[in-house]
Write a protein that binds this ligand. Structure first.
Ligand code: CA
Length: 256
């Protein structure tokens, strides 16, 4: 499988796990993704999906939400707890995407059914490219001087260790939330369009994905506080934390 194209997983081939209980959809996805030269495995049950992910170590997981056994949310949590892997969630409705991101299940991208196979392949490739870039960056930072942390207002973003602090408190972000925060925080007080964020963070250029950006911004606000990211209506988002006076103020905001 060393000849397979695209980002290489362990052993040189790319392994995709498809979790979908509707046989016709699962079959269509397997057929299309196999044409990319990837090793594609499909399962139709939540518990089996968790076991299969632990066994196969897939490079990416495509995950339906409504499944027999345990649902896609729980499958995502359990798979990610075992070993971080990019997850593309397949949702039934647009508002379901908002709900899922809000719950912080840790999926990296979302597609609403029905979707085109062309779009599914493009988004899967984008996730694989991101994963490859992240592991290359991690390798580089062990060889070279790690990038210094970004400090904007009372937010510290340590890119080398992928850690985030607000004041003295550590904030736990999903990999996608972290990448989105880095994209925003490297250019504070600058309005970045949804399309630009989509291209930079998801490596994906298509207006149909902007809802994914909105959903992840909501998740960032929920975890970091509502006051950091300003919505510029009709344009995009800007990272605008207040300048701290002393670190103690964040810990005790009641004081003046
Ligand atoms: Ca289903």
């Amino acid at each position: 499988m060393a000849l397979s194209q695209g980002p290489a997983g362990p052993g040189g081939s790319t392994t995709v796990l498809v979790v979908e209980d509707e046989p016709a959809i699962a079959q269509a996805i397997v057929h299309r993704l196999s044409a990319e030269g990837w090793q594609v495995h499909a399962v139709g049950d939540g518990l089996l999906a968790v076991d299969t992910a632990a066994r196969l170590h897939p490079d990416v997981v495509l995950l339906d939400v409504m499944l027999p056994g345990i649902d896609g949310l729980e499958v995502c949590r359990r798979i990610q707890a075992e070993r971080p892997v990019p997850v593309l969630m397949l949702t039934a409705r647009d508002d379901e995407t908002d709900m899922l991101v809000g719950l912080g299940v840790g999926a990296d991208d979302y597609m609403t059914k029905p979707f085109s196979m062309r779009e599914l392949v493009a988004r899967t490739k984008a996730l694989l490219r991101r994963q490859q870039r992240a592991s290359q960056a991690a390798e580089l930072s062990t060889v070279h001087q790690p990038e210094p942390p970004l400090v904007v207002g009372d937010v510290t973003v340590d890119r080398a260790q992928r850690r985030v602090l607000r004041g003295a408190d550590e904030v736990h972000l999903t990999p996608t939330e972290f990448d989105l925060l880095v994209a925003l925080a490297t250019r504070p007080r600058t309005v970045l369009s949804r399309e630009r964020l989509l291209a930079e963070v998801w490596d994906w250029v298509d207006a149909s994905g902007t809802r994914t950006v909105d959903s992840h911004i909501k998740a960032l606000r929920r975890k970091l506080g509502p006051d950091l990211v300003r919505t510029v209506h009709g344009v995009g988002y800007a990272f605008e934390p207040a300048e701290p006076t002393t670190p103690a103020e964040h810990a005790a905001p009641a004081g003046t």
